[in-house]
Design a protein around this ligand. Structure first.
Ligand code: HEC
Length: 180
């Protein structure tokens, strides 16, 4: 909410500073809001699968929190280092059985460790890359955990915001933040 107001304020300021066009002179708040929304929602990172690098399509409507929207625009995970998000991520890490294969702190068990700095798939050193791996899985035994992919009917799995929180937990035990 706060962010939206800030963006609207910024758009208004930009309009105010712009040339003395008729639009600026007669511009009203709803026009500015529409501009701010398209400006904020316009840039979206290209997500790709870990299996073969093909485009990974996820409905943008699922990115329904400020953190998820920021990730979609920048590829950075704003939950890294945030205690509350890390605690929630830890719960999901256990609930979705990551713990069973990767160990309680992602130190590795029957599946590879998640602490880095070296990963089986090098891209998992970045939060964008690890998001893609968790969402869509790999060819070598890591199932897709994204909502609707882990289980289609009824849909189950991690929402984008939850993936980011799980990632914040993983990185809290790691030497890399993934936002480097
Ligand atoms: C049934 C066991 C199993 C579960 C449950 C599981 N994984 Fe995995 N995971 C694997 C295996 C096996 C691999 C290695 C895949 C490969 O080699 O392609 C892997 C790989 C990964 C990687 C890539 C590691 C690297 O070095 O590149 C990440 C990240 C990951 N898993 C995260 C998770 C998360 C988060 C969860 C829970 C939401 C989870 N996994 C649940 C078995 C599992």
């Amino acid at each position: 909410m706060m962010k939206k107001y800030l963006l609207v304020g910024l758009a208004l300021a930009l309009v105010a500073c712009g040339e003395k066009t008729e639009t600026a002179a007669t511009g009203n708040a709803s026009t500015a809001t529409a501009e701010a929304t398209s400006a904020a929602g316009g840039k979206v990172i290209d997500l790709v699968t870990t299996q073969d690098g093909s485009p990974l399509k996820i409905d943008v409507a699922m990115f329904d929190t400020p953190a998820a929207k920021e990730f979609l625009a920048t590829g950075k995970n704003p939950y890294i280092g945030q205690e509350a998000a890390i605690a929630e991520g830890k719960k999901k890490f256990n609930l979705y059985s990551c713990v069973a294969c990767h160990g309680g702190k992602g130190e590795g068990a029957v599946a590879p460790g998640l602490q880095g700095p070296n990963f089986k798939y090098a891209k998992n050193a970045t939060n964008k890359g690890m998001f893609e791996t968790i969402w869509h899985g790999t060819n070598g035994g890591m199932g897709a955990k994204g909502f609707g992919l882990m289980q289609a009917n009824p849909p189950d799995g991690l929402k984008p915001d939850e993936v980011l929180k799980v990632q914040a937990w993983i990185r809290s035990n790691s030497t890399v933040t993934g936002n480097e």
